[in-house]
Design a binder for this molecule. Structure first.
Ligand code: 4AD
Ligand code: MG
Length: 430
């Protein structure tokens, strides 16, 4: 009977045939242990010399890493393995022999691994990270669908910049100038006025010359946008959403978290509500922690975010940033126009900002004033202004960076391992 590794639990005591690749092996004169993978999981195949043909045993001893084959054997429970099952192999049929697979079980340098990303993805660790990424995506749809949000797809090619013009990828759009989207937000605001509560999930592009463990040139963002929701409502949705994805990963990716040796006790604490501090308080906190140079009005860098996060076990919202350092569309605090109704959500354990969000300006005149201040002239932004002309309402939204979120939940140091084919400064291959 055909099976996959993920389905062997249904076949305990039965003989199954599974299409696999050989991940690793070790053997003695009498027994060979094959680490087999099929994409759905990893299982150990045991080949006992006394129980198979001489030809099969020789094959098991000599088979090379990443050779593809069909293995046939009996599924048995195995309490010693984290997976819980093993395969007592009685037959093997090679499909394609892999010769000199470059990524051996020994240590390799990062650049070497990045050059072989197309093969590195097969490793147990990378497999675990991508499965966690997949679970975060799945639970994102689950969360927003349950809450009645409509999935809306903003364009990738656009004439407008949401997050400032310095980090845009330019391209020609026939005779016109166009950019690759930095954020779908402006379009999601239009969608919120049509569907009430919406979310998007798609690639975004930033020509950032940053070479840090938190920056990608191409990354994926989840961007919810909600009509009739203010700053406070916005934070409530964010903490519920982030708690939901963390708890879903804990529930459905136990094996993967175990493979990555992730400390799950810290993740179990990630339940709404999350702590909230204002930017003003954050400045005080930083001064207390010895950042003497930081001045009110400056943006936070990675060391600041990490220092703030250290004071909390859960992600922390930093709210009410100075108007000057935030995007043009953010609504000023009605009690204090030098700060805006925004929040960045900072992950624990030094993983940095995972969400940026805000209540949006809904007043036409104020938005026109911002256009002037930010030199947003021309036709590209006219449509966005019109959203404030026809039944404008209070509305809010946010963007969660998928890769930073995966890095945090999976406990991976660098975002380059959280996306299948990372686009980094100086890396477009493979
Ligand atoms: O804070 P950002 O720039 O916010 C926006 O783009 C808003 N328009 C979102 C919205 O309100 N709809 O980006 C949102 C998140 C960040 O918190 C971070 O997690 C991630 O996107 N991010 C990056 N991730 C990887 N590499 C980069 N270069 C990133 N830049 C932002
Ligand atoms: Mg931000």
């Amino acid at each position: 009977m055909k099976s996959t590794i993920a389905e062997v639990a249904k076949h305990v005591g039965e003989e199954v045939t599974i299409g696999v690749w050989l991940a690793n092996k070790r053997s003695s004169g009498k027994i060979a242990f094959l680490q087999l993978r099929d994409g759905t999981g990893f299982i150990q195949g045991v080949v006992v010399k006394a129980e198979v043909s001489e030809e099969t045993f020789q094959l098991a001893k000599n088979i090379s890493q990443e050779t593809s084959l069909y293995v046939t054997g009996k599924v048995v429970e195995d309490t010693r393995s984290p997976f819980g099952y093993e395969l007592q192999v009685n037959n093997m049929e090679v499909i394609h022999e892999a010769i000199d697979f470059p990524i051996t079980p020994k240590e390799h340098g990062t650049e070497f691994l990045m050059d072989h990303r197309h093969l590195w993805l097969r490793s147990k660790k990378q497999h675990a990270i991508m499965k966690i990424r997949n679970e975060i995506i799945r639970s994102t749809y689950d969360f927003f669908n349950k809450q009645g949000f409509v999935k809306i797809d903003p364009p990738i090619l656009t004439g407008s910049a949401a997050e400032g013009t310095t980090e845009l990828f330019h391209t020609k759009y026939f005779e016109e100038e166009a950019y690759l989207s930095q954020s779908g937000q402006l379009y999601m605001e239009a969608a919120a006025m049509a569907f009430g509560r919406v979310f998007s999930f798609g690639p975004t592009f930033r020509a950032e010359k940053s070479k840090t463990r938190r920056h990608l040139i191409e990354f994926w963002m989840i961007e919810p946008e909600m009509a009739f929701m203010d700053h406070e409502d916005n934070l409530n949705v964010q903490e519920e959403y982030v708690s939901h994805i963390v708890q879903s990963v804990l529930e459905n990716c136990e094996l993967e978290l175990n493979t990555l040796e992730r400390d799950v006790e810290t993740l179990k604490k990630i339940q709404a509500p999350f702590p909230r501090i204002t930017y003003d308080k954050a400045i005080d906190l930083l001064k207390e922690k010895g950042f003497d140079d930081i001045e009110w009005g400056e943006d936070f860098g990675a060391p600041h975010e990490t220092a703030i996060a250290e004071s909390f076990e859960k992600p922390v919202f930093i709210t009410h940033y100075p108007t000057e350092i935030k995007a043009f569309y953010m609504k000023p605090d009605p009690n204090r126009s030098d700060v805006v109704l925004c929040a960045d959500l900072i992950a624990p354990e030094g993983y940095g900002e995972i969400i940026g969000g805000s209540q949006r300006i809904d007043d036409l005149e104020l938005m026109e004033q911002r256009y002037k201040e930010h030199h947003l002239t021309g036709d590209a932004y006219q449509w966005y202004l019109e959203l404030r002309k026809y039944g404008s309402v209070p509305h809010s939204g946010f963007g969660l960076g998928l890769e930073r979120t995966v890095a945090w939940i999976a406990g991976v140091d660098h975002v380059r391992e959280t996306i299948p084919f990372p686009r980094l400064l100086n890396r477009l291959y493979p």
